[in-house]
Design a protein around this ligand. Sequence first.
Ligand SMILES: *Cc1c(COP(=O)(O)O)cnc(C)c1O
Length: 383
Amino acid sequence: MKKTAVATAPAASQVKIPFFNVKRQYDALAEELRAAVCRVLDSGAYILGPEGRDFEAEYGRLLGSKHALGVSSGTAALRLALKALGVGHGDDVVVPAMTFIATATAVSEVGARPVLADVDPRTMNVGAEQLSAALTRKTKAVIPVHLYGGVADMGPIMKLAAAKGFRVVEDCAQAHLAVYQDRCVGTIGDIGAFSFYPTKNLGAAGDAGAVTTQDDGLAATLVRLRNVGRPPTDSGKHELVGYNSRLDEIQAAVLRIKLRRLQDWVDRRRKIASRYASELAGLPLTLPEPGTGGTKHGFNLFVVRTPDRDRLMKHLAERGIGTGVYYPLPLHLIPAYRDLGYKEGGFPEAERTVRTGLALPVYPELTDDEVGAVAKAVRSFFK
Ligand SMILES: *Cc1c(COP(=O)(O)O)cnc(C)c1O
């Protein structure tokens, strides 16, 4: 029989170690999650109710953040953060060229212009040096991204912000419980923005996010902005033009159950990362730095770098191991942002990373055997 083109692609059943497996996490918690969802359905309270309030208190406590507010997604969190800081038309916001597009679309959504910065080749994050080079007269805010869970060097960034008078929004979408000098990320800048997209370190059963801040005034503004400008008490007196970016009760209930495991899950991610680091040592691969002392990677993604990325990816796929590319293009080469006017070659480190980075599976539900099998398959490529 003649083979069809489709038959040559590896069938889904052949994938032995998928890149993500959110179903495995669900299966382990299924009973508890179903009970929580039913409890919310039966309660008749679906938005901004007790589950959301409890989640906010618990999440704030875990991070060591004075305020944590549930919102509808990570993108909404970024957009609300910028709006709360007064960013709008005529303002520039510096974002790394190497990030998920939502970091920049949040800037566009509030009417400001994303201005790009290259990344530090060691951390893949922007640092004060890269931000400095990208500042304009109109820079109102910057968004350092803790990419893959690795922390941006916040100390010098906050110093630069104080000297130059711009605000700082931390994009923590990939960095729940990542730590910078003994403080959880999201508690260092003016506002932290978190995503609970299902594959993040803390994942909802749908879209959800949170903003964190240590500033009472900003928290009060964020409470209004997420709920179409409505003040918590006098509900008719909208003083702000806000958004519908609320967290719903079903997602909050799901998040509360998973939140109790979050520290263990992030610890497990770190353990898997350290096993990869020891088993892959000595190969011609650049490995992520786990952090030292009071600074710790959150390992939402474990990204190795090699000029042979595409062949390594194929080698692993042939052995049933799923991998991911984060991201296929830096922001300045994405068609949607062509009109920012940047050229190829403009951000060499970001461009190198998109050609060389490959994410290996690192979710906490991976078994030790699976982690060993991934490492072995990577080693066999370089033999
Ligand atoms: C996931 C992600 C976002 C967006 O979060 P959503 O919840 O999908 O809106 C923003 N920034 C980064 C770096 C992300 O990884």
